[in-house]
Design a protein around this ligand. Structure first.
Ligand code: BMA
Length: 311
């Protein structure tokens, strides 16, 4: 068994609050994609009110990012949207789809947490599309292509009856979603025993959709957030072909162990490259952004050869 599946970038943390030209307290949980030959990062940042906004940064190489001068998204003032995101916009994920970039984000308000969908063509302007879940549901990731004529997404509703698990839904138009089904649950007395949620938008491989998700384990010293991998069937992603039994990344560097929330690695984005590697991005302890690389085939093999039941 390989020792490490993710190679951390030597420059970690790659982006911190000191790199941001406006006042923020954290830089974490960023979605990343390639646009126009460069890498665009949309990161979550806490303000000193404790609420969060979304900032943007750009990179030529995927590791050295420069923040843009202004935030990218703040809670909307528009009548249709303001009521449901008045507290915060958090944890953006970016899916390139049909020539546009769709951003799913957690919208926080007095009514709970739901998923907002926004769209951009150029990362200069952004428009809200709709809220695509009720409360309480977040960690929504959209697949980067239609599957059997429909859009598909993974998400994580909250429940008192069931440990928080990963569900799938489908849509004809990205606004209206249904045919929802639970696809993966936490495993008892396992590193992700308490709750799981989708992380990066799924990545297409020859053997299936690679999903990098987060899992949480409760300890006497607080919760530990780690990352794992699952493989979904290409033409029917409700079917999980394998879930790796072990994590691929856990808090180890000091900025992952100690921060705004201790012991957290949390991903919202990974970028597949033509050479078969991927760049993985994660927030360290809800305070800084980190990056690393992994070999896609190795993650796929891990799902298939060292698997546990998904439910
Ligand atoms: C989750 C979300 C994430 C955060 C994580 C660890 O519930 O709020 O944004 O990174 O907790 O604090």
């Amino acid at each position: 068994m390989k020792k490490e599946f993710v190679t951390r970038c030597e420059g970690n943390p790659i982006l911190t609050k000191d790199d941001i030209p406006y006042k923020v307290e954290t830089v974490h949980n960023a979605g990343v994609t390639k646009f126009d030959g460069r890498y665009i990062m949309l990161f979550r940042a806490h303000l000193d009110t404790g609420r969060s906004i979304i900032g943007a940064a750009v990179s030529e190489d995927g590791f050295n990012f420069k923040a843009r001068p202004e935030p990218f998204m703040v809670p909307s003032k528009e009548r249709e949207f303001c009521e449901y995101e008045e507290y915060s916009v958090e944890d953006p994920r970016i899916t390139p789809l049909e020539g546009a970039y769709y951003i799913t984000y957690s919208a926080y308000s007095r009514h709970g947490i739901r998923t907002g969908l926004a769209k951009t063509l150029d990362f200069e302007s952004v428009e809200r599309v709709a809220f695509i879940t009720q409360a309480d549901c977040r960690n929504t990731v959209i697949f980067p292509e239609k599957i059997n004529g429909r859009y598909a997404r993974l998400d994580r509703p909250h429940s008192d009856m069931n440990p928080w698990s990963i569900w799938i839904s489908y849509s004809p138009d990205l606004r209206h979603w249904g045919d929802s089904k639970l696809v993966m649950k936490p495993a008892a007395y396992h590193w992700d025993a308490m709750k799981i949620g989708p992380g990066a938008p799924p990545i297409r491989t020859d053997k299936g959709w690679l999903s990098i998700y987060h899992g949480v384990f409760p300890t006497m010293d607080g919760h530990v957030y780690r990352l794992g991998v699952a493989l979904h069937k290409l033409n029917d992603p409700a079917v999980i072909l394998g879930v790796a039994d072990r994590w691929i990344l856990q808090p180890e560097d000091k900025w992952e162990v100690v921060g705004y929330v201790h012991n957290v690695v949390f991903t919202c984005g990974a970028v597949p490259e033509e050479d078969g590697t991927l760049k993985l991005y994660w927030g360290g302890a809800d305070k800084v952004m980190c990056a690393g690389t992994a070999v896609i085939d190795e993650l796929v093999e891990l799902c298939l050869t060292d698997s546990r039941p998904p439910i």
